[in-house]
Design a protein around this ligand. Structure first.
Ligand code: HEC
Length: 142
């Protein structure tokens, strides 16, 4: 009985693994819009690293780069724009704001959005956060 259960378990894990892999492959392919179609954003070297960090950390499941609203605000045109925060404040989304929004997302919350951003991103290195900020700046043409 035990061996059979174990084998079945392996089968399930394998099936799940393949499922995840094919999802990742699909997303990777979809992201490869070099030959036009999508937005024409030129990424800096730091921006490219930031894009990879965003993909590796699941940021893209809540933030779009095409202006569409998702769980979180879009990153298109965000950097340098004026954003409204809970409590009626308006701030400019400069590098310091973006860094804080990633490191400590509970401190300043965008008006009209749930406070859902995971706090676990405090563990990102300074270099990773800087690359993410560079990426978000690239997406605003800064
Ligand atoms: C579970 C969904 C979720 C994930 C994953 C997520 N965020 Fe967010 N994020 C949000 C939400 C919701 C907000 C708006 C509320 C707030 O300001 O905290 C937000 C706000 C932000 C803001 C401020 C945006 C603004 O318009 O002021 C930045 C920058 C940001 N996130 C970056 C990131 C980065 C970088 C990652 C990955 C390392 C990430 N987010 C992952 C949900 C998410």
């Amino acid at each position: 009985m035990m061996p059979r259960l174990t084998l079945r378990g392996v089968g399930v894990v394998r099936a799940l693994g393949i499922g995840v892999l094919s999802v990742v492959a699909t997303v990777a392919l979809a992201g490869c819009g070099d030959d036009g179609g999508g937005s024409e954003v030129t990424l800096s070297a730091a921006g490219k690293r930031g894009q990879a960090v965003a993909e590796a950390n699941g940021c893209v499941s809540c933030h779009t780069i095409d202006g569409a609203r998702s769980m979180g605000p879009t990153w298109q045109g965000l950097a340098g724009s004026k954003v409204q925060l809970e409590g009626g404040y308006t701030v400019v989304a400069d590098d310091a704001y973006l860094t804080r929004a990633i490191r400590d997302p509970r401190v300043q919350v965008r008006a009209g959005f749930e406070n859902l951003m995971p706090v676990a991103y405090g563990k990102l290195t300074d270099a990773e956060v800087a690359d993410l900020v560079a990426y978000i700046n690239d997406l605003a043409g800064n």
